[in-house]
Ligand binder design. Sequence first.
Ligand SMILES: *Cc1c(COP(=O)(O)O)cnc(C)c1O
Length: 437
Amino acid sequence: MTLATNLPTTQTRSTAATFTGLKCKECGADYEAKAIHVCEYCFGPLEVVYDYSALRRTVTRESIQAGPNSIWRYRAFLPVASDNPIDVGTGMTPLVKANRLARRLGLKNLYIKNDAVNMPTLSFKDRVVSVALTRARELGFTTVSCASTGNLANSTAAIAAYAGLECCVFIPSDLEAGKVLGTLIYGPTVIAVHGNYDQVNRLCSEVANTHGWGFVNINLRPYYSEGSKTLGYEVAEQLGWQLPDHIVAPLASGSLFTKIHKGFQEFIKVGLVDEKPVRFSGAQAEGCSPIAQAYRDNQDFITPVKPRTIAKSIAIGNPADGVYALEIARKTNGNIESVNDQEIIDGIKLLAETEGIFTETAGGTTVAVLKKLVEAGKINPDETTVVYITGNGLKTQEAVQGYIGEPLTIEPKLEAFERALERAQTLGRLDWQPVTV
Ligand SMILES: *Cc1c(COP(=O)(O)O)cnc(C)c1O
């Protein structure tokens, strides 16, 4: 395989584009929709700008419903120009009414947005990568890349394979086996760096400058991050074109959290849903909780930390969108909480045992924070609450190894089974308790 050093030359333009360019989130400076992500004047992050009055005129609930059963039904709200985006069936994951988990926690209207079964690589990252690689192709990149905590590498490698793009991904060298294997299988170049995500990310910024590759979460970040808005759109549509009262989502860089908020705001702006206040609560792992710490300390800046947690997929010590996430949690009357590694494991088990959903450590963190917020009286039992489960537990098996019991191993004889059954019963297994043998 060849990883060409190529600076993109073509600029695809299409009448189908609904976005008009990029804008600095801090100083408001305008930019062309190229592969850039920081403002030249103030170093603020760049964000995609849309023509909302045109969207208001052309997009209806019906036109969305007539679209594909994937994130591309919201194409008008995504920063791509071509009429044939890379569609690997990403999105439109189930919104599950979680009655058993709700009862356990003392809630009445709890939903799970289940991206543990998102396609093709079982995490929400397939959304952002589908958008980023579509835009990468439009901008003329032939090699794509990323700095990843695991899921992003899976997703970039898989979707690059589908799209026929060359791929080189960067990961910290201590990732879970399932995340590494789940990247290598697609045949990209995988660079495992001795260092944490923040160090990987810094290295990648340098590579992006020297090799001219499309880094989905660096020079393509303005496009990439827009893909997370679909987590907001889908929930609104799946609730019957209504917004929930409260959402709980994990925070790594904080991007996903801020984009769910942007998605809801856009649907209000173009008249697809009625305006309503939605509370935004964020979840972090105690071993990497710079945003939760700033929230608790009532500060409006983030002090970077060195991650130490089993929740590797959300272990970002210097979160790029941390201040924006803080702002949203505060202004929506939400919360940001953190939980320790044992609570994360318990959260994974609780979700599995009540709802039949096996999530990874990020999902365990989110469920554990949900529980903590309910116990602290910070979620009203009547609120329609949506919990975002962003990744699949089969990828982080080592996190729960040793905490879930063992099978009862027997000879292939009926009497052996009867003895095992007796043993299982004497273990006093209640409906919701794990079997520990
Ligand atoms: C990347 C990731 C997140 C958080 O993403 P940010 O947008 O960086 O906050 C959450 N959950 C999982 C499983 C992830 O892989």
